[in-house]
Design a protein around this ligand. Structure first.
Ligand SMILES: Cc1ncc(COP(=O)(O)O)c(C=O)c1O
Length: 401
């Protein structure tokens, strides 16, 4: 009998996609579901960017492009890195892929051998775990406690490094916590990494533009130029420009690594969508004023939801610097009993209780390797957030000792 690959047994399907599918199924069955599980901005792609896509179609820019993306887009990305991050990357050092997600795994394939260890600060984005498994490498999870703002502590990083460590993933602002490293905090991390010259650094900066209250975004290669030769700085247009469906991610790094990724892309993605690339140029080079307007809307939602959650007995929520997620703890609710007589034993139980009793979809912390917490996305209307907060409050009040 034909057998499936063993690798499939080494990781789980994305828990976020599963919740999303379940919430949609319940909605289709006519239930009133408030979905806070979504990881994409609720704003439309700005009109000028959409028009650039339409023009690309009308101009017949509808054929394969270079494997690594068009020169025009890579030039726009090169300028973005220079102006926004103070980083010099020649267009040759830049690759574009069909989203940051596939680019992450293609980059890991270019860096990792079987049995290598990858340091992943937790809570972490669920997909990192599956990607590392697909490369036959193993994850070294380093917990970043809630009382430290969910940030990696330099001594914990140092303790996690072994002779097999090949890569560290840094994601600031983070999915799922929204935690973002200041210059001083990032420097503490890069100082440790400087002492370990054989470790690659992959900085996933996809939430760069979504930070609050004068927070200044920094990325690893900018904070520590000595890491430039072993850092891949990765970003994309999905989150900042509300372009999740256009599927454009990009990265820049040392030439040998980027050439390795190109080689993989030549046998996999082929080339990213030509129309989306044209739209991405407009995103990076066109008007940027809407970014701060949208961030202000996210900030109001963050403040509102965080405040509401912290008034609910049993829930403790940290105020994050960026992204559009909150990652509250439900530790104090563990052991309580639902009106249906079920004992809440972990965040999975709590999330399914919220969904079944109140129709609120959140993602349980198990998916992010840090429990007992759950992730809420506030990339949704204030009205939905208000109703969701009311329902979460009602669900928590209905629990008994
Ligand atoms: C941390 C992180 N990196 C990368 C991605 C993927 O972005 P893209 O839409 O460009 O594939 C996501 C999407 O949720 C994310 O949260």
């Amino acid at each position: 009998m034909a057998e499936l690959a063993q690798t499939l047994n080494h990781f789980q399907p994305s828990a976020i996609s599963e919740i999303f599918t379940l919430a949609n199924q319940l909605k289709n069955e006519g239930q009133d579901i408030l979905d806070l599980s979504i990881g994409e901005p609720d704003f439309p792609t700005p009109d000028h960017i959409r028009q650039a896509g339409i023009s690309a179609i009308n101009d017949n820019q509808t054929k394969y492009t270079n494997v690594e993306g068009t020169l025009a887009l890579r030039q726009a990305i090169s300028r973005k890195f220079k102006h926004e991050n103070g980083l010099d990357y020649h267009p040759q050092q830049i690759v574009v892929d069909a989203g940051a997600k596939p680019l992450l795994i293609h980059a890991m394939q270019a860096m990792l051998n079987d049995g290598d260890e990858v340091i992943i600060p937790t809570p972490c984005w669920t997909s990192y775990v599956g990607m590392v498994a697909l490369c036959n490498a193993s994850c070294t999870f380093v917990p970043c406690p809630q009382d430290k703002g969910f940030k990696l502590q330099p001594q914990d990083l140092q303790a996690a490094i072994t002779s097999k460590t090949k890569l560290i993933l840094i994601n600031s602002p983070s999915n799922p916590t929204g935690a973002a490293y200041s210059h001083a905090e990032m420097k503490e991390i890069t100082d440790v990494l400087l002492r370990h010259p054989d470790i690659w650094v992959l900085s996933d900066d996809i939430y760069e533009h979504i930070t609050y209250d004068d927070f200044k975004f920094v990325t690893a290669a900018q904070v520590e130029p000595q890491l430039y030769d072993r850092t891949l700085t990765l970003n994309g247009v999905s989150k900042a420009y509300s372009m999740t469906g256009w599927r454009i991610g990009y990265a820049a790094g040392p030439q040998d690594l980027v050439d390795g990724i190109k080689k993989i892309l030549s046998q996999s993605t082929g080339s990213p969508c030509s129309i989306s690339q044209a739209a991405a140029i407009e995103a990076l080079q066109g008007p940027q004023a809407f970014l701060s307007e949208r961030v202000e809307i996210f900030r109001e939602r963050r403040n509102y939801l965080n405040k509401r959650l912290n008034t609910i007995e049993g829930i403790e929520c940290h105020q994050p610097e960026g992204a559009f997620y909150l990652y509250p703890s439900c530790e104090k609710l563990i052991g309580k009993t639902t009106p249906q007589g079920l004992i809440i034993q972990n965040s999975n139980d709590f999330a399914s209780y919220l969904l079944t009793s109140q129709g609120v979809a959140v993602v349980p912390g198990e998916a992010f390797k840090y429990d007992p917490n759950f992730r809420l996305s506030y990339a949704t209307s204030m009205e939905t957030l208000t109703r969701a907060a009311d329902r979460i409050e009602a669900a928590c009040h209905a629990l008994s000792d």
